[in-house]
Design a protein around this ligand. Structure first.
Ligand code: NAD
Length: 381
């Protein structure tokens, strides 16, 4: 059995207890942290009856939906998988069986808009190639559904603005699938950086890359909007910002060489960039579809702190100049979706809203502009 699954069972806790859990983490030992999670978990078990959980429909049944989000929805306490939207009829039977989904909650892309009449579905989660995020987010909002949209929010600033507008007009909530905001290691980076625990940050390094194994949509500009920057580099942009606790004011960038010219015909193979923050602190970042990187590091006046690996679903490791960070592996997507479900139930703002997705897409576009022009691009965020 996957060891992560075993531990996840122990550590899944209601989003309502996240604050408690994260504050508990700050001053107790590792063993006790596991126990604290278990205790919190017990308290939230059966907190809300099945029929009161919000219904989520996943749009796009690819790798992320199948292997991360749908299994997470078996562990969520405030929402559950109630519907699917797919263009591949051969997938339907298995999903219906695995998740107990009735025929009436199965949609194709052609009849997706009729989801507006389905009272089982409260939230639509867009898990499609990036260039389709805007179209389906807007359709979902117009159908009266709250929306979670995967990262990157869209492939242009204009699309992001239109998505926010459509959700506002329909009085629906919009959040981006920024899962690491729900991870204790990343929350610790935020705490150490924002509260200046080791003094003010003097520099940041953020690196994320893997070897793209095939020539799928991720390497096609018309579907992905760009290369690894859109897919992986966005984690570096996010990491630098939430560790600093500030938005950057300017960017410079340089595209890397293309050693696989055929594969990366329309997108970059790798790109490095520098984010400048107010006061002159810089974040040096790199992303690649060819080389492996996985780091978020901050150097500060009185020490340093880092995650490596930083962005994987599990197995993150954290260190400071004082020693190891001790946090459990959590199922980030469980917390992420439960938090949004609670936002909808209580009408409270998401901590990863559409506006954050828009900010990040503005930065990604500025990075491309800086790489193309060779100029320093100032950011107006
Ligand atoms: P995938 O290729 O595995 O799945 C994409 C799905 O979209 C497939 O089911 C495919 O059939 C469907 N699709 C519909 N129209 C399509 C079209 N015109 N071309 C290609 N596919 C089409 O991709 P994925 O890894 O599941 O990624 C989907 C989204 O989720 C992306 O936006 C990605 O950035 C995001 N994602 C986020 C995370 C995260 O950790 N937050 C992780 C992986 C993926």
């Amino acid at each position: 059995m996957n060891p992560r699954r075993v531990f996840i069972k122990k550590v899944s806790l209601g989003a309502g207890n996240l604050m408690l859990a994260s504050s508990v983490f700050s001053f107790i030992s590792c063993d006790d942290k596991g126990k604290a999670y278990e205790e919190n978990n017990k308290k939230t078990e059966n907190m809300i009856p099945e029929e009161k959980k919000l219904g989520i429909a996943l749009v796009g049944l690819g790798d992320y939906s199948e292997n991360q989000l749908a299994p997470a929805l078996k562990e969520t306490k405030y929402c559950q998988l109630k519907g699917i939207v797919t263009g591949t009829p051969s997938k339907v039977d298995k999903w219906k069986k695995d998740y107990n989904i009735p025929d009436s909650n199965v949609y194709s892309y052609e009849n997706f808009e009729s989801i507006k009449d389905n009272k089982d579905i409260d939230i639509v989660y867009i898990v499609l190639p990036n260039a389709l995020h805007a179209e389906y987010t807007i359709k979902a909002a117009k159908a009266g559904k709250h929306v979670i949209c995967e990262k990157p929010m869209a492939v242009s600033v204009k699309e992001c603005e239109e998505m926010i507008k459509a959700c506002k007009e329909a009085n629906r909530m919009l959040a981006i699938g920024y899962r690491v905001h729900y991870d204790p290691f990343h929350k610790e980076m935020m705490r150490l950086g924002n509260d200046k625990i080791h003094g003010a940050i003097t520099s940041i390094k953020a690196e994320n890359g893997f070897k793209l194994s095939d020539n799928a949509w991720r390497a096609k500009k018309e579907l992905a909007g760009g290369g690894p920057l859109m897919d992986l580099g966005i984690y570096c942009v996010q990491g630098a910002i939430y560790t600093m606790g500030q938005n950057p004011i300017a960017v410079t960038a340089k595209e890397g060489p293309k050693t696989e010219k055929e594969k990366f015909k329309t997108v970059e193979q790798s790109i490095s960039w520098t984010l400048e923050f107010p006061g002159g602190v810089k974040a040096e970042c790199v992303t690649s579809y060819h080389d492996k990187y996985d780091l978020l590091r901050a150097d500060a006046e009185k020490g340093w702190f880092e995650l490596a690996p930083a962005y994987d679903y599990s197995g993150k490791k954290g260190k400071t100049h004082e020693g190891k960070m001790d946090f459990p592996d959590v199922y980030e997507q469980v917390f992420q979706m439960d938090d949004f479900a609670q936002n909808v139930m209580k009408n409270t703002p998401s901590k990863v809203p559409g506006e954050m997705g828009l900010r990040d897409v503005k930065i990604l576009m500025a990075i491309y502009e800086a790489a193309k022009s060779g100029k320093r691009i100032t950011l107006d965020l």
